[in-house]
Design a protein around this ligand. Sequence first.
Ligand code: AMP
Length: 328
Amino acid sequence: MKRVVSGIKPSGDLTLGNYLGAMKRWAENQHKDGYENFFFVANLHAITVKQDAGQLKKRTYDIIAWLLTVGVDPNRSVIFIQSMIPAHSEICWILNNFVTMGELGKMTQFKDKSAKAGREGQLAGLFDYPVLMAGDVLLYDADEIPVGIDQVQHVELSRVIAQRFNNAYGETFKLPKAVLSEKTSKIMSLNDPFKKMSKSGTEDSYIALDENPEKIIKKFKRAVTDSDSIIRFGEDKPAISNLLTILSEFTEKSVDDLVREYEGIGYGQFKKDTGEIVAEKLSGLQQKYTEIRSDEDRLKNIIKEGNSNATTLANEKVSIIKDKLGLI
Ligand code: AMP
């Protein structure tokens, strides 16, 4: 049996990138034989950036409701909230002593943020967040971590930390592997195909999962395109390739079929069709979401059960680690 662990931060609007790169993949993964799935709301990660308390709480439930909406099933997966399992914070502190400042300073995400806003003023939590992430997956002996390409480096660091602990104290942790979904590992911004679609981008650059249909259609109409007017997939066509990936995900047609279908058709029509199809499919999901989100008692029960399953495993692991370290 292989165990899959992955999380999502409640730090802003959920985007089409979160859906296609993570949540949709998680739902699909539940139907593969031989897998146990653990999905969580990474709210401790969210506070590396200042959050409004009320919003953070609301978004935590929103994410659980979205996971259920896209087909993550509490009977097939363990769904839990990171902050409700103290073992996550505990293991982070312990693992901090198995990683160097040098290793953390090399993380691209930290370097990017420091380059923009300076290193000195960065919060220690932001610097340390890959260690919390290592703990998130090592606690559960995860085999596979389905992630977007931006997280691969952090999974690699988790392996380094795990190996270092194992070398010092004997076999304790499994070494997790990052698993990328080739097509959707990076859904790009609609107005800059060299940037990842992200909730921290400008309004026009991303589609939020709860966006209204007119706005979705408008944003796709405005999406940037590439030179020439041929609808084709390739490195030299980053904007059109991104739109083809999105359309393919929403139509269940292959990119090759779509390219054939759009031969001789201009960008305008292609973007209009893509916007309309995404809007239609998302509005179906939104209706389902509204119903699921309205039953907060059910959401709380699902969280309670998931937390309880996760806590059992996490506490077992922490107790093994503490014993090895001589912590009583
Ligand atoms: P985050 O919003 O950073 O918590 O990300 C949650 C998950 O969504 C992670 O697995 C990310 O890699 C994935 N993700 C976020 N944005 C994108 C994107 N634009 N394309 C593909 N995956 C994404």
